[in-house]
Design a protein around this ligand. Structure first.
Ligand SMILES: [Zn+2]
Length: 239
């Protein structure tokens, strides 16, 4: 179920059947010359869609919330089209949304995060909420981190706008992927450097990985592995 499609009496009626609420959070930011700016939201939205569908096939209910499109993305803000919100804005905004979900009586909330820069603000937002609602458990899934082993059984490498993310986008919205422009390399730094234009070094053209071996088939496999894992989480089948 999607909350935005329900009337309030319908919502009120199904509330008790919902086993988990899923909130996708992404970003609008540069993803190389080959992926759309919305990549970090398209991916968790598709994972959420699959989880809801799979739950329904088992006769179970998860409730999908509309995504938070904007995230904290300082580093990539050197490229046109990146929309960065301050970490405290994200923390407050998502915190308010999570608190409303908790106030409705839901106790298992899954944040499906699509973007690395969101991890700390979202963690803080969740901490704020569980202070107020001690019966609530919020689990944050950052798919490319938490499913790294599974992803690396499918892809030879992973990274920002890299083989894994590009594969996922080819599977989700292949019409938006410009594979003829898909190039890049892995860049590793030992220490975290904060400088206004550091993104140009860490993410040349907005990429940090080689996306050239991406395929829709790999993306499909990743989406299935991740959505199966999140489904088990949503249905309370994993610790
Ligand atoms: Zn991304």
């Amino acid at each position: 179920m999607r909350i935005e499609e329900l009337t309030w009496p319908e919502f009120d009626r199904i509330k008790g059947d919902v086993e988990a609420v899923i909130l996708p959070v992404g970003s609008v930011e540069a993803h190389g010359r080959h992926l759309p700016l919305g990549t970090d939201t398209f991916a968790p939205l598709e994972i959420a869609r699959r989880v809801e569908e799979k739950a329904k096939l088992k006769g179970r209910e998860v409730l999908l919330l509309p995504p938070i499109w904007y995230g904290h993305t300082f580093t990539l803000n050197v490229y046109p089209g990146t929309i960065n919100v301050r970490p405290e804005s994200l923390r407050m905004y998502v915190g308010d949304v999570l608190a409303e979900i908790a106030a409705e009586g839901f106790e298992r909330i899954i944040i499906l995060n699509g973007h690395g820069g969101n991890v700390y603000p979202l963690t803080e937002a969740a901490e704020d909420v569980v202070e107020l609602y001690p019966d609530v458990e919020i689990v944050m899934v950052s798919w490319w981190i938490d499913f790294r082993d599974e992803i690396l059984s499918v892809c030879s490498s992973q990274g920002h706008a890299g083989e894994d993310e590009t594969s996922v986008m080819l599977a989700v919205r292949g019409d938006l992927v410009r594979m003829e422009n898909a190039r890049g390399r892995k860049i590793r730094r030992r220490f975290r450097t904060i400088r206004k234009d550091i993104g140009r070094e860490l993410f040349p053209d907005g990429v940090n990985d080689d996306p050239s071996r991406a395929s829709a088939d790999k993306g499909e496999k990743i989406l299935e592995l991740v959505s199966e894992g999140v489904l088990r989480l949503a249905l309370g089948e994993v610790e």
